[in-house]
Design a binder for this molecule. Sequence first.
Ligand code: PMV
Length: 371
Amino acid sequence: MATDQHTTTATDRPRPGVGGGHEPVGQEQLWQRAQAAGAATAVAHPNIALIKYWGKRDEQLVLPAADSLSMTLDVFATTTTVRLAPGAPGDRVLLGGAEASGPSAARVVAFLDLVRAASAVPHPAIVDSRNTVPTGAGLASSASGFAALAVAAAAAYALAADTRGLSRLARRGSGSACRSLFGGFAQWHAALDAGDDSGADAASFAEPVPAAPTLDPALVVAVVDAGPKAVSSREAMRRTVATSPLYRPWVASSGQDLAQMRAALAAGDLPAVGEIAERNALGMHATMLAARPAVRYLAPASLRVLDAVTQLRDGGVAAYATMDAGPNVKVLCERSQAGAVAARLREAVPDASVVVARPGPGACLVAGDGR
Ligand code: PMV
């Protein structure tokens, strides 16, 4: 199981990172209250990878082929309540207020099974999760969703997990979710040298990455299509790993990108951070385009955003694009230039909704039902 069984202290509870948003004081009290009540509400934000996670080496344990590194956002939060329901015939899953069934509900139930296996509490639960981000459109809703679920479920089921244990637990729900436990920048360790399955399971978690205090980035998100994607990231990764001749070379170069990214963050060098992130993302999309059959997430509107980013750079604005498993494009720039970048993207794609995000906080418990 993905969680350490040891006594926790106030200092190793998950707590909000940079960017404000939630009150750090009282986390320990909230954990105690949740355990007594068998109910907890957690808030988590999506993260956008600057060095991508693309491909698993172990599907069941969700162990990645390579390390990845992300920035947690201060927008598009997910709020999730988990309430134990002793005596109920099974789990109930509400997504956006509506009863969920099919694969999305099954994924939540499978995750609760993991939590129950690690806890002394066998009861079913009611999960009520609300996103402020379109689900399944490559906007990292699974990252915020499973990070919030991991924290709320661990608290409701009285699991003795510290933040690292919660990161490992969230990983089992959706790989990228392990990074949303932390605010600001976080690196997810692939733990390639950790030996057997249980060693790798224990060693594969995310950790905060230091950045120079002078670094003041924004991520301008151009939502060109909020509909769900045709191919899930899970299936697209599987196909890429199995069939793309570009996959292994990209994994190798991604390791170099990650080392350079850490140095660029530490130096507060935004143009270097952006250049590395853009090439890493374009490389990831190249691996999918070379898969058989190809997976293509980028749409004509995505390319218009990419052209606008190139023009911004030609005009002297340090702006860099990154894209995930969907057509939406996120543009990294200095915070002071986010307004100008957003205006240019709106001009390029008038139908897009453009949102300016900044580094946001890590997942944490909130009082009441968080609304
Ligand atoms: O966590 P998943 O299975 O939804 O994978 C997400 C993968 C990317 O968003 C494309 C990249 C990343 O590192 O977040």
